[in-house]
Design a protein around this ligand. Structure first.
Ligand SMILES: [Zn+2]
Length: 177
């Protein structure tokens, strides 16, 4: 496996961009992993231009807590400038500049980070996207936003209440390596 040092947590809503590019924008509560991939890989759309028409994130965590994978863990994403070759990108669906994630989302995010971070022997730092210096071309960008409880995610994800087995634990929650 390639050298991953960071788990980068993002906010993601598509409706704002979608309204500009599509006559039928997808409401945020109807998003799926496949629709996210479709929008970012659509060469006639504007959204993919920022990621080189590649799926940007490895995983998405939806408001009901379910997780969908968009890239295998061994494939480089396109989500955090200067960090893509050494990070996994997790898109949490919602805008956490304005409101908090759901309890189900936080629980799933913690479990996901726990498996990913502890699998790397705790050597994988959990960071909000714009906590990573130089990770965005927009100096004013705030991602995932102040309503995302990153401190709680970090502390609870790194509590090792049982040994994590890699890759078995990753596969047990359905991750494609
Ligand atoms: Zn981001």
């Amino acid at each position: 496996m390639w050298l991953v040092g960071y788990i980068a947590v993002h906010r993601l809503t598509l409706s704002y961009y979608d309204k500009q590019a599509n006559p039928n924008p997808i409401p945020d509560d109807e998003l799926t992993g496949h629709l996210i991939i479709d929008r970012f890989t659509d060469e006639s759309g504007s959204l993919g231009a920022v990621t080189g028409y590649r799926p940007p994130y490895h995983l998405a965590v939806f408001p009901d807590g379910h997780i969908e994978q968009m890239l295998p863990l061994a494939v480089k994403g396109a989500h955090a400038k200067n960090y893509n070759w050494r990070s996994w990108g997790l898109a949490v669906i919602g805008d956490f500049r304005k409101s908090p994630p759901t309890d189900a989302q936080v629980k799933s995010l913690i479990e996901l980070c726990r498996v990913l971070a502890i699998a790397k022997d705790g050597g994988c730092e959990i960071a909000g996207h714009t906590e990573l210096p130089g990770s965005s071309g927009d100096p004013d960008k705030v991602c995932p936003g102040p309503h995302m409880p990153l401190g709680r995610v970090r502390s609870e994800a790194l509590i090792c209440d049982r040994p994590v087995a890699w890759p078995q634990d990753a596969q047990s929650i359905g991750l494609e390596l």
